[in-house]
Design a protein. Sequence first.
Length: 238
Amino acid sequence: MLLMSHSFIGMELAPRLACRLDSRLTTDCIELAVDPADGCLLATKPVSGGNAISVFKCSGQTQMVTVRGNVFPPAESGSAGGAVAPISITIDESMSRTQSLEIVAEDTVALDKANIVIAGGAGLGDEDGFELLEELAEALGQSFGSVMIGCSRMAVDKGWISSDHQIGLTGTIIAPDVYVAVGISGAIHHLVGMVHSKKIIAINTDPSCNIFKVADYGIVEDYEQVLPTLIKRLEEVL
């Protein structure tokens, strides 16, 4: 079994390697298991644009998958007994068919690297609601390291924020120290993306919404009443 990260590098290497090994490849997996009957790998991944989940089973001699980041908790440190084999690689430049003309730095939203993620959903009402979230992020960022803005799929569908901020099956799966959900109801495809957060704080006017079922702390109130007071208090004490 060969497991690779579903990163930019993994997505480049895995398909080419699978082709050379004459193996099937299952990409963007969010859960892995082994079938006790035959020892084959069972790979779970979202399909149909994240609207459904499927389990794939490959019985080939070489079984390959790419795994989405943050779907498994970090393993405890210890000796696995494996040997590290250094490999010296020499690349013949004459074999290269491409030429790099220019490298341009691009601003990226690395939600999975943030200590705190503040996410907005349809309950914000419009894109102006993200301005309050930015103010909260700025207040927290002065003392708590990396704070980033995320969102639900609905906010992206409405055009309020770009898709690289999206959290969930069709976005990024995260596990920050603190996750603040503002105006997010908690659809299952969103919950899968943030349920591993260490502390979850939810603000919503609907006390029966799903997000409160996974939240450590919940506030049933209009975010426009809560956030200004919270921001002011943070600015006073931090």
